[in-house]
Ligand binder design. Structure first.
Ligand code: HEM
Length: 502
């Protein structure tokens, strides 16, 4: 029986190799493909480059093969672009052609094959979802309605840290408290709900399931089975875990948040203040989207909004701790401008050094260093080369923002650059060397919320505390952990927060 199976597997492999060779010969004739390492049948370049396709490894490959190169990862084509001109072409000039998203086997599970907004292909569904999400999430009116909530939440963080005697001596993993804050910022907006403490059982459930989702989705360990279909059976256990996590999360969103909110609004009527999900449910009631789409919007916000902003806050704190002179300069700006007044959202736009600190954090420690992968639905042309349909297109935004050909000493954390030689560069994609939120059609609509939240949070912390490494340490560890397209801090360090007398 086993022999029969082995025979079948070998026969399968043989057929796959023949098909792959034929296909690659046919393609070779038809296409002028971008440069890259020579692929072998079935595996492509996988044996040469491996699974770990993070921004740094892709930067090394760009140094070898140029600003645009092609990797054949098993059956998938992966094109990486690393120059501002090519980024402009992909995101802006040919924004429609390259405006779709690829999903791998794991993202297919977590997004129900693109029923969400972030991972859906460019087209009618995406346009509808983006339109439906704009009014409740991405306008200045939303910022004005929610900013007092955000100010209250960071106020509560400051209070808690002040009341924790260890915070000013041994230090505290302040990220944990800030994570609760980010959940509250977003769950207030979405559902008019907040979690009382880090021990709140519902918060704990959410945190665990979201953490598991991120770990499973961002890991490189499943790449082999995604790239090479004949190896996919070996992913069985992994994909089952993904499916279970996805089912539990969606059920949690539905049972504890969506259904509760629907019940509340149906009994109270529409006289209460609307929160974001009420607008989304209205679109569901009008038949524009279905309940699955509503739940995937909640899923998207949990990842796209909470994690990215939290990672950026954590990177900002780490850099301020490791650069006390920059922290001091920021504190002086805040003190001079505001005295003993606590920073609020309107102040964030008037503090140039605070903005420079935020931009420098987003440049050096880009949370989404490869943007969210793009894709061309149809055969396309880029820089004189053919890009076969359904190629995964990665824009190496981290390298664009850290390439010494384009930036003065990019390895240095130096906010002053955004007040001096780069004073015209904004985070909104006005310069294709600096794309922390992407640019063009698929750029991040959440920038309108993320920037003030970053400003209020970092501003309040620096106003109220001197942030230091734990006793006996000169610096905190800033080792990176890279994922499929994410970059966060590997170790969540203790931070000493010495209260200031204001
Ligand atoms: C510091 C925080 C954030 C960073 C660094 C960030 C970065 C990004 C990046 C790089 C993209 C992909 C752009 C592309 O593929 O071209 C993206 C997409 C997206 N972001 Fe953000 N983001 C942040 C916060 C937020 C927030 C607060 C929200 C929502 C409230 C949000 C919602 C989204 C959505 C919905 C998309 C998908 C857009 C689409 O595919 O059309 N993000 N973000």
């Amino acid at each position: 029986m086993d022999l029969l199976l082995l025979e079948k597997a070998l026969l399968g492999l043989f057929v796959a190799i023949i098909v792959a060779i034929t296909v690659s010969k046919l393609r070779g004739k038809k296409f002028k493909l971008p440069p890259g390492p020579f692929p072998v049948p079935v595996f492509g370049n996988w044996l040469q480059v491996g699974d770990d396709l993070n921004h740094r490894n892709l930067t090394d490959l760009a140094k070898k093969y140029g600003n645009m190169f092609l990797l054949r990862m098993g059956q998938r084509n992966l094109v990486t672009v690393s120059s501002p001109e090519l980024a402009r072409e992909v995101l802006f000039t040919q924004g429609v052609e390259f405006g779709s998203r690829t999903r791998n086997v794991v993202f297919d599970i977590f997004t129900g094959k693109g029923q969400d907004m972030v991972f859906t292909v460019y087209g009618e569904h995406w346009r509808k979802m983006r339109r439906i999400m704009t009014v409740p999430f991405f306008t200045n009116k939303v910022v004005q309605q929610n900013r007092h909530g955000w100010e209250m939440e960071i106020g509560a963080v400051v209070e808690d840290v002040r009341n924790n005697p260890e915070a000013s001596t041994k230090g505290t993993i302040i990220r944990r408290r800030l994570q609760l804050m980010m959940y509250n910022n977003m769950y207030r907006m979405m559902f008019d709900r907040r979690f009382e403490s880090e021990e709140d059982p519902l918060f704990l459930k959410l945190r665990v399931l979201n953490g598991e989702r991120s770990r499973l989705a961002q890991s490189f360990e499943y790449n082999y089975g995604d790239f090479i279909p004949i190896l996919r059976p070996f992913l069985g256990k992994y994909l089952k875990k993904c499916q279970e996590t996805k089912d539990k999360r969606i059920k949690l969103f539905k049972d504890y948040f969506l259904d509760e909110r629907k019940k509340l609004t149906s009994t109270k009527g529409s006289d209460g203040l609307k929160c974001a999900i009420d607008h989304i449910v209205e679109a569901e009631q009008k038949g524009e989207i279905n309940e699955d789409n509503v739940l995937y919007i909640v899923e998207n916000i949990n990842v796209a909004a909470i994690e990215t902003t939290l990672w950026s806050i954590e990177w900002g704190i780490a850099e301020l701790v490791n650069h006390p002179e920059i922290q001091q300069k920021l504190r002086k700006e805040l003190d001079d401008a505001l005295g003993s007044q606590q920073i609020t959202e309107p102040d964030t736009y008037k503090l140039p050094y605070l903005n420079a600190v935020i931009k420098e954090t987003l440049r050096l420690r880009m949370a989404i260093p490869l943007l969210v992968p793009h894709m061309n639905l149809h055969d396309a042309k880029l820089n004189g080369f053919d890009i076969p349909a359904e190629s995964k297109i990665l824009v190496n935004a981290w390298w664009l923002a850290n390439n010494p050909e384009h930036w003065k000493k990019p390895e240095e954390f130096r906010p002053e650059r955004f007040l001096e030689e780069e004073s015209n560069v904004e985070a909104n994609g006005n310069d294709f060397r600096f794309l922390p939120f992407g640019a063009g059609r698929r750029s991040c609509p959440g920038i309108i919320l993320a920037m003030p939240i970053l400003g209020i949070t970092l501003g309040r912390l620096v106003q109220n505390f001197e942030l230091l490494p734990p006793p006996g340490q000169k610096q905190i560890d800033t080792t990176e952990r890279a994922g499929q397209f994410s970059m966060n801090i590997l170790n969540h360090s203790n931070i000493v927060a010495k209260p200031r007398v204001l």
